[in-house]
Write a protein that binds this ligand. Structure first.
Ligand code: WTA
Length: 652
């Protein structure tokens, strides 16, 4: 990130005048939110409807050994009723979801709040008929289709806990998540059309279910209608059952701290972690951040391009927008199909007002030239958003000028699966933007920067270090599914007393935060989080691999690419065919998003005398920056480093 200059961009006078929050309001509200969080959130909690109002607001403790996070704990609500039913009186015929299919020739669907209510209730009744009850887990493995929204809200309606598995994950990854959460039901579709190709989700689910309990039922959305295998007694035609089900289903009263969903995400060690979000605090935070960060106004058409398989899709396609009675766009396709103007055509077609995407998409479209943007009418846009990784200034400027025509504020939103909603982000009418900086904390968020070695809080305004958060906010995750000890260990043990984000950051003289990326063994590939340990364990599961070490390296489009050092079993020939085989192997074990970009054959890996792999060195070589490897004297065999440098794969 070279542009640490002081170029500052402010929204237009008109934008600021109409915005929910201007600079003075931000200062006043932020100060109030951290001075008296109880009072602040007691007020904000009223954004949503409660069956029984809360009297308790905040009950949180970050002390290692007794970490406990509760918000609005005696309140009772139903999340689906908040996202659907409460809008019926005023906006039954307003579009809740605009569904834009993979192929532009397929008609879009406009689903009103009344139709959403119908779909959600019917699906909830189908789930109930399959024996799904409050607290049961339902895994979803779906394309970006309206049924995904129905299914999420149907679970919320009956108090079941959904766990969405991104449709790009492999059968093995799906099976692990079904088993870890002991799900009763998996909801899938026949095929997922994406970019003109079809992924056989039902076939993948069949493969996954071979590794799961026989009792798991499989509800199948016949989406494309293509032929699939069918197991009577286990597989259920979801659309047919919905058509026959009652469109009336009472919403289950839920405690604010009852789990709403589990979402598995990658960590620095071990298997993926089941992040648990609960009902009340999560919804308040998703709704508030959606309204304030994106300056959502009545009549806006909001489009977040994420997949519902990621947290961004949960909070900013479904829960935040629908809690606010918004119109939200759900897009099945990809930015480059049928051609590189697809995003902009969809903005033009549906008169999108807020557009929220990832820097990797911007970089890849930027490379295809601005003519793809210029042939579309983007005059409806009033705000742009970015999420998932730091946005490099070059991409920021292209986004600002070519897409936003210099008149749309850009909100660079820093947050995580664990945080439920935005943590650090410009508020468009309040905080001037600096390209590449997520700027300032959202209400109630207290960022602190620590020295990574001493764990001392850096008091100076201008500083750098690791980013922690000093106190809880309502959208924070509550635990890891079935493993509270691991939750404490992963997030509260390294810097006791604080929530550790895993990210490094710099704070500039204006108090702006610049996220510099993960400081743990998590890499960020095209905005997708990937634990290097997961890729390593997939590689070593191959019979011909003795050892593997995986690191990230800078990649022009993806942000980071996956670089794997692989040591083969004695006597195995390193061939191109084997390299291809290993790539395919990782695709099957985890999914296409985990496929290594570069595989280097490593006769040996740099290890300390106690056998620990020195990743710092591997990262440097992968970055093609081997001039300053630092101290290699503690290596058991320093000569392996010379070999790795000589045969390095990234020479760019
Ligand atoms: C990174 C996605 C810089 C960060 C919502 C974080 C970002 C991880 C930004 C979480 C941003 C996300 N600027 N880095 N605006 N947004 N990140 O859980 O490293 O998929 O820890 O959540 O993405 O990824 P996750």
């Amino acid at each position: 990130m070279s542009d640490h200059g002081q170029a500052v961009y402010t929204a237009s006078k008109d934008f600021i005048a109409a915005a929910h929050v201007d600079a003075a309001a931000y200062d006043r509200m932020y100060a109030a939110s951290v001075a008296d969080p109880e009072a602040f959130w007691a007020e904000q909690g009223k954004r949503i409807d409660w069956i029984t109002p809360y009297t308790l607001v905040k009950n949180t403790d970050f002390t290692l050994g007794q970490v406990s996070i509760k918000w609005f704990e005696d309140g009772v609500l139903n999340v689906a009723a908040n996202c659907v039913d409460r809008h019926l009186a005023t906006r039954a015929n307003q579009t809740a979801i605009i569904w834009e299919p993979d192929h532009p020739a397929t008609p879009a669907r406009h689903i009103t709040y009344a139709q959403l209510h119908d779909g959600v209730c019917r699906m909830a009744n189908v789930l109930k008929a399959q024996g799904v009850k409050k607290g049961d887990r339902v895994v979803m493995y779906l394309p970006m289709i309206p049924e995904a929204a129905f299914a999420m809200l149907a679970c919320a309606r009956i108090g079941a806990i959904h766990s969405i598995v991104f449709a790009g994950f492999s059968p093995d990854a799906l099976a692990n998540r079904i088993n870890d959460s002991a799900a009763k039901v998996v909801i899938t579709a026949d095929f997922a059309p994406r970019g003109g190709k079809k992924t056989g989700l039902k076939a993948n689910t069949d493969a996954a279910l071979l590794h799961c309990s026989d009792r798991v039922k499989c509800l199948v959305v016949k989406h494309t209608g293509d032929q699939t295998t069918w197991i009577d007694g286990r597989d259920i035609d979801l659309k047919a059952e919905m058509a026959a089900a009652s469109a009336d289903c009472p919403a289950e009263p839920m405690g604010a701290e009852d789990p709403l969903f589990i979402l598995y995400t990658s960590g620095s060690t071990g298997k993926p972690k089941g992040v648990v979000h609960t009902s009340g605090g999560y919804l308040v935070y998703a709704a508030m951040t959606h309204q304030i960060t994106f300056d959502y106004q009545e009549g806006d058409v909001f489009w977040c391009t994420a997949d519902v398989g990621w947290v961004t899709g949960h909070s900013y396609i479904i829960y935040g927008p629908l809690a606010n009675g918004a119109t939200t766009v759900m897009f099945e396709g990809v930015p480059t199909f049928p051609d590189a103007s697809r995003f902009w055509q969809v903005c033009d077609k549906h008169k999108v007002t807020q557009f929220y995407t990832a820097p990797t998409a911007i970089r890849s479209l930027m490379g295809m030239g601005k003519e793809w943007v210029e042939k579309c009418d983007l005059s409806s846009l009033r705000l742009l958003g970015s999420v998932g990784e730091p946005i490099n200034p070059e991409a920021w400027h292209w986004y600002n000028e070519t897409v936003g025509k210099g008149r749309c504020p850009i909100v660079d939103t820093f947050w995580q699966t664990e945080t439920g909603g935005h943590l650090i982000t410009p508020l468009p009418g309040a905080i001037p933007q600096k390209p590449g900086s997520a700027t300032k904390p959202f209400f109630g968020v207290k960022p602190i920067v620590l020295d990574p070695a001493t764990a001392q809080i850096q008091q100076a305004t201008e500083t750098d270090g690791v980013l922690c958060i000093a106190d809880s906010w309502p959208g924070q995750m509550r635990t890891l599914w079935g493993d509270h000890a691991r939750f404490e260990e992963a997030y509260f043990s390294q810097y006791p007393g604080y929530y550790f984000t895993g990210d490094g950051c710099r704070r500039d003289a204006d108090g702006y935060y610049w996220i510099t990326g993960r400081v743990d063994d998590v890499i960020n590939v095209s905005g997708h989080r990937m634990g290097t340990a997961e890729v390593e364990s997939a590689l070593v599961a191959h019979a011909q691999v003795a050892e593997a070490a995986v690191v990230g390296y800078p990649h022009d489009i993806k942000g980071q690419g996956i670089y794997a050092y692989v040591t083969l079993m004695n006597g195995v020939e390193p061939t191109d065919a084997l390299r291809k085989e290993l790539e395919g192997w990782v695709r099957t074990e985890i999914g296409p998003i985990a496929k290594p970009d570069l595989i280097q054959w490593a006769p040996g890996l740099p290890k300390t005398r106690s056998g620990k792999i020195m990743r710092r060195i591997l990262r440097k070589i992968a970055e093609n920056d081997f001039g300053a490897l630092g101290d290699t004297s503690t290596l058991a065999d320093p000569s392996v480093v010379d070999d790795l440098i000589a045969n390095r794969m990234n020479r760019g």
